[in-house]
Design a protein around this ligand. Structure first.
Ligand SMILES: Cc1ncc(COP(=O)(O)O)c(C=O)c1O
Length: 457
């Protein structure tokens, strides 16, 4: 009834034991200021004492100032120093930057809270009661249907809801896919160089050997891929991470041809494919051969990384192996899935992506212009889409490490290419994100960045 386990010291006797246990709970803040205590009658029944004993305990603690009791009203926890204040466990905050040009996350201040809340309310009102059951381990059918339609429309993904599985973020999806591939006999996986280190780590932690394949201005080198015996390859064809280039049409065709000849799998990481500014979006690779390509998508760029929602569209030969590796792991709450399903079906995701595209496009344009004026020693590449681009640094100018160190002294967060490399194939470079929500607005952040970059002039 107290909602609290009281540790009573039996040796003290009934009254003193209860009194001390309650006092300790009050001192430790386990009962918040203003909380109503149970009536003396019900607490007496709960602990199996005479009511008079509990009355005496309440009177004593009231006298000591821990409790407030008024004639005819319930006894409550008093607001005195050291009592009733909940102890809040603290977690060290992650570093906050005044100005943040890191890649990776969208603008949190633009999260469509109102539309999300409305979708969540509708999902709660309209979903059948089995929303609260374990449900299908592959994911909520309503979300798989909505995603199938959305991905077909916006990314030219060829799919049926039965081929889709929902995961707690792409990291979980890739980990379980890698496990399924290993169980199926794959031992080596090719990845792009440079690429995102955590995904590489996840693949090797699943027991697969990583083979690195260089990337140039046309994307991953298929010639280099041909010289390696691998059972699968992971690529970012729409907007290579981190260089930003798109896989050229000739290489897309060559990659599909390679996978058919070798009976190898292609894992298409389409992390930010919705964001394309200057031309029509590049359709997915998966659309070219749904039986050889695993399409991997995420809500981390289009909505928020904190949602932890991602999906795989699987060739028929991989659906059951991935389902076996997944079991009940790596899934997402049905309530969140139902909300996203409604959010997509009511066209809110299209609307949000459209709005954010124009925000990011303006920021990208301003940033490119600023670099041209104030830092011509930074040469942007891969600017056509996504939420970041890479700026190569000219030889003879400051190095990647020098720029990053000097920026961090001014609380400006910049990220280097170095973190993504396997071999040293490219010159020094910065991976510049323009999607985060700077505390003082984007133009203020940009002004600060400009004055910082000019200082290298
Ligand atoms: C290249 C790339 N792939 C995938 C992801 C998405 O991963 P997740 O869905 O786990 O947030 C990211 C996010 O940073 C990314 O940069």
């Amino acid at each position: 009834m107290l909602g609290l386990i009281l540790e009573r010291n039996e040796a003290l006797g009934r009254r003193a034991g209860l009194e001390q246990a309650l006092r300790k709970a009050l001192q430790a803040g386990q009962l918040r200021v203003g909380v109503t205590l149970p009536s003396t009658r019900s607490l007496a029944t709960e602990v199996g004492f005479a009511r008079a004993t509990v009355v005496a305990v309440y009177e004593q603690l009231t006298a000591e100032g821990y409790l407030v009791s008024r004639q005819g009203a319930a006894t409550t926890v008093a607001a005195i120093a050291g009592a009733g204040e909940p102890r809040r466990p603290t977690i060290a905050p992650t570093q906050t930057w005044m100005i943040d040009f890191l890649p990776g996350e969208p603008d949190h201040s633009s999260f469509p809270r109102t539309a999300w809340l409305a979708a969540s309310r509708r999902a709660m009102e309209r979903s059948p009661d089995d929303l609260f059951a374990y449900g299908d381990a592959a994911g909520l059918p309503a979300l798989r249907v909505a995603l199938g339609d959305y991905l077909g429309r916006t990314r030219a993904v060829v799919t049926h809801p039965d081929a889709i599985s929902i995961f707690n973020g792409m990291a979980a999806a890739i980990g379980l896919l890698a496990e399924a591939l290993r169980r199926g006999g794959v031992t080596r996986v090719a990845v792009e160089d440079p690429s995102l280190p955590p995904l590489r780590r996840i693949i090797s932690e699943a027991g697969l050997e990583i083979v690195s394949i260089p990337v140039d201005e046309e994307g991953m080198s298929i010639d280099a891929l041909e010289t390696n015996a691998v059972g699968a390859v992971m690529v970012t064809p729409a907007h290579q991470y981190p260089l930003g280039v798109s896989l050229s049409p000739a290489r897309r065709a060559a990659l599909i041809d390679w996978s058919r000849r070798r009976s190898a799998w292609i894992i298409e990481d389409d992390y930010d494919g919705e964001f394309r500014y200057d031309r029509q979006p590049v359709g997915s690779l998966q659309g070219l051969d749904p039986e050889r390509v695993v399409y991997a998508g995420t809500a981390s760029k289009s909505l928020a990384a904190g949602l932890r929602m991602a999906w795989l569209v699987l060739p028929s030969g991989l659906f059951d192996p991935v389902a076996r590796a997944k079991g009940r792991r790596g899934g997402v709450s049905n309530l969140e899935q139902a909300t996203l399903a409604d959010f997509i079906a009511s066209s809110q995701l299209d609307r949000h992506v459209r709005a954010m595209k124009s925000v990011y496009r303006r920021r990208r344009d301003a940033l490119i212009e600023a670099l041209a004026q104030d830092a011509p020693w930074i040469r942007p590449t891969g600017i056509a889409g996504g939420l970041h681009f890479t700026g190569f640094l000219s030889q003879g100018g400051p190095s990647e490490r020098e720029v990053i160190r000097a920026a961090s002294e001014r609380s400006i967060a910049l990220f280097g290419l170095e973190n993504h490399r396997l071999a040293r194939l490219q010159p020094d470079g910065l991976v510049i994100g323009y999607s985060r929500s700077p505390a003082h607005g984007f133009s203020g952040a940009l002004e600060n960045l400009r004055s910082f970059l000019r200082s290298f002039g």
